[in-house]
Design a protein. Sequence first.
Lengths: 339, 288
Amino acid sequence: MSEPKPNTNAPSRRAFLAAGGLATCGLAATALARRAFLPTAKVFIAKNQRYDGPLATTIRDGLTACGLTPTQFRGKRVLLKPNMVEPTRLIPHMTTHPAVIIAAAEVFRGWGAKVTVGEAPGHVRDTEMALVESGVAEALSDARLDFADLNYEEARWFANRGRVSPLKGIYFPRSICEADFVVSIPKMKTHHWVGITCSMKNLYGTLPGIKYGWPKNVLHHNGIPETVVDINATLPRTLSIVDGIDCMEGDGPILGSVKRMGLVLVGTNLPAVDATAARIMSLRPDRVSYLQLAADRLGPIAEDRITQRGERWQDLVSPFQILDQPHLTPLRADGELVS
Amino acid sequence: MNINRTCIERLRRTDRCGYSAHGVWAAEPTALACLALMHSGEHAAAQNFSTQLADVQLSDGAVPTQAEGDSPSWTTSLAILAWLAIDGFEENIDRAIAWTLQAHGKTIPRNSEIGHDTTLLGWSWAANTHAWMEPTCMFVVALKAAGMRDHERTQDGLKLVTDRLLSTGGCNFGSTVVLGQATLPQVQSTGLAMLALAGEVNTDPRVQLSLRYLEENLNPHTTTGSLCYGLIGLTAHNRRPRNADALVQAALERELTREPSAYKLALMALASSPDLSWLPQRPEVAQA
């Protein structure tokens, strides 16, 4: 057997190094190109906020800082979606404060939009009770704002654009279907199953109980993080205004304790807003299941792709207590536990 | 103002029952309106609504919440009640009961995170999901009215209803303790639970605590749906408050300042009754 001849076509060391350099450059360029196409977003944060303060000014500033202009809303239908999951007067920090809803309505009305407030309370069939207990009924009446009971409206089926859960499609109530903008107005809270509930999870309350039940158990059985992403992917254009003034820590979203933060967050990209809220709460957004799934699919959650407007989140971090449960402890960046 | 007459007059002029004055047709308000109208001797109007329910009944016997397809069918329970109250729907009732007996909630192995017994069947809001308090109560009430109190599904349902009562009284949508924390009671679901448990020998102290919870939480500011279910629950246990009529009167006056829905008109008519004579009752059927 003769020895194998040297491969004269083999590249020289110099050529190899040159090719390697080109390949490295190519990879780097590809990575840069990919990165250039990854989503970015702006999130506005205001501190020292009070329910009896000039919230409309704050919200207007926030929306403007995130690149929105009044002309975008002229003649448009805006649906404000607060959080009224299971209201009781005994726990006012469970639900979105009426002052934030009314201030948001004032801004969008001032910009020429037709504003409706809508909610499909997740745990109670008596929506009127949810409105009264949360204080929202009286506030809406004073402000002459219409309310849409999303639990019982006629619903239309839409193909699931997220396709993360097994759901083929999602029913949305008429008021959601007709809205040009759905504005999530959540309370900033911990959540005993998924760690944090904010803008994205709040939109569970856009789905009608008449189709999904009380609780909306169809969603739970198809995966909470997966269906959070699917709902957000399938809705019309969404914005976020977070009531981070009196928040909830510990056993949220219903039975936790009040945590006073004095914050309002505003953004046009909900994963970015929620990731920022998580950082302020000292939770790791990259470990929150639905934010992991939403990352780069629906928006950025990485810090370096979220442009901060207003206050810096780093200056506002105040760890929220979370339950000492194995499914929650990995979310802690620096949070205290509560047992 | 006569509460019942006011509600019935308005229901009689309605041809489509929804959850809001201009809302889409829905089975629950239609069935409740049918019961209220029959109780007031308005046979023709009740017949009309019973026929509407029959028109949407599916081939498998289920009656969906709304007229369009692919809706959940917990409202089959209420359709059974409506049809039991009026002659001529025996075949619909039989098919609805057959569907009811094969429908059930999805059980889950017991775990330390959830306080209630997740292995009890009961009934769910939607297919392939866990059983919850209100749909289970509605099916229990319907099966008892159909003379099937002793059926094993009814008895299992009653077990679930008792299991889901909170230790301090009352119940919510059907969770008792989650991750070690007791949940909060709600008036509407507690009222319905008390209706389901009416007539049962049940020495569980949570039943009495739940009745007391209702008594302490019905007042002139209680919203209409919760108030009506709360009163019906108390009435079912002969604990109807002395100011019951005044409470419904206040609710009706509030409702008349806006356009009342058929749903709330029917509930107020039923809650204004001093007894449960509006609830149909077939003789007990011997169970094999």
